[in-house]
Design a protein around this ligand. Structure first.
Ligand code: AMP
Length: 280
């Protein structure tokens, strides 16, 4: 028996949440579906900390800068609902027109450097799309707490900034990256990989993990250069490797800072994968 409540339209959801608000905190987990254990870890954290948990499942076209990527993105709603099992959650699974009654709706914020580098540089317009959909979903759900994974660490930084700029009262809760046993970061896109490509993709975490063991002898700049050579020689189609400050996301050159992070984006079998790791 499923304990989920499903809503497609905004008004019935909001009516229900109005009742629930009297019971206590509302937690929110925005997703694009094709759920996996990584998503569930966010849901479970929200269930621990909140009285009502809303999970949205919406593939937001506005954050895709590549039509093929959008088309290929997995959509598995009935499987997603099953995976939620007996968790008592509210599933918001809107259509495009529910989220965007005005097709051209757009939120544009000056997010500075954090939105210009890495994903911002290689996926132009991506963070405008993210900020637009999360703003709209926050307006609809009006959560007390919202849960985001460090798997999309730069997105998390962007959301923190957005909340600050928009002076929202929501608390943004970062959640650690869940990985397969092989080390591969869980991702909806992994289901697009062949078994062979999955094995290859587990090399991402292996190389990142090896890299953080040898930071004492190398500057961030040198380590990044080494990683580029290693990934390329192992046959990865690399988009970027960057080692940055954890808050400003500025590239580190000669000095390490506490919490520095290594970021990677690459393609395997035509599938775009991202990962990151904190330097201890
Ligand atoms: P997505 O459906 O890919 O937009 O992801 C929805 C949320 O789940 C985002 O906050 C992601 O960062 C988070 N997430 C995705 N994969 C993982 C993972 N492997 N571990 C933790 N959080 C994740």
């Amino acid at each position: 028996m499923s304990s989920t409540r499903r809503f497609t339209h905004v008004s019935p959801l909001q009516e229900y949440l109005l009742e629930r608000r009297d019971e206590g905190l509302i937690g929110f987990v925005p997703t694009m579906g094709a759920l996996h254990e990584g998503h569930l870890s966010l849901v479970d954290k929200a269930l621990e900390e909140c009285d009502t948990v809303v999970i949205s499942i919406f593939v937001n076209p506005k954050q895709f800068n590549n039509a093929q990527d959008l088309e290929k993105y997995p959509r598995t709603i009935e499987k997603d609902i099953k995976l939620l099992g007996d968790r008592e959650v509210v599933v918001f699974h809107p259509e495009f027109s529910d989220v965007y009654p005005d097709k051209a709706f757009e939120v544009k914020l000056d997010l500075g450097n954090i939105a210009d580098v890495m994903e911002g540089k290689f996926r132009p317009g991506h963070f405008d799309g993210v900020v637009t959909v999360v703003s709209r979903l926050f307006d609809i759900v009006n959560p007390d707490k919202a849960y985001f994974g460090e798997k999309d660490y730069q997105q998390l930084a962007v959301i923190h900034r957005m909340v600050e700029v928009q002076e929202r009262l929501v608390e943004v809760v970062p959640c650690p990256i869940l990985r397969e046993e092989s080390g591969l970061a869980m991702s909806s896109r992994n289901m697009l990989l062949s078994n062979e490509d999955k094995t290859k993709a587990s090399g991402i975490y292996r190389l990142l993990n090896e890299a953080i063991q040898r930071i004492d002898e190398r500057s961030p700049k040198l380590l990044a250069e080494e990683l580029r050579v290693e990934f390329t020689s192992e046959g990865f189609d690399l988009e970027y490797i960057d080692i940055t400050h954890p808050l400003t996301l500025e590239t580190l050159q000669n000095e390490w800072v506490d919490g520095a992070r290594i970021f990677i984006a690459c393609y395997i079998g035509g599938v775009r994968l991202i990962d990151n790791i904190a330097v201890k």
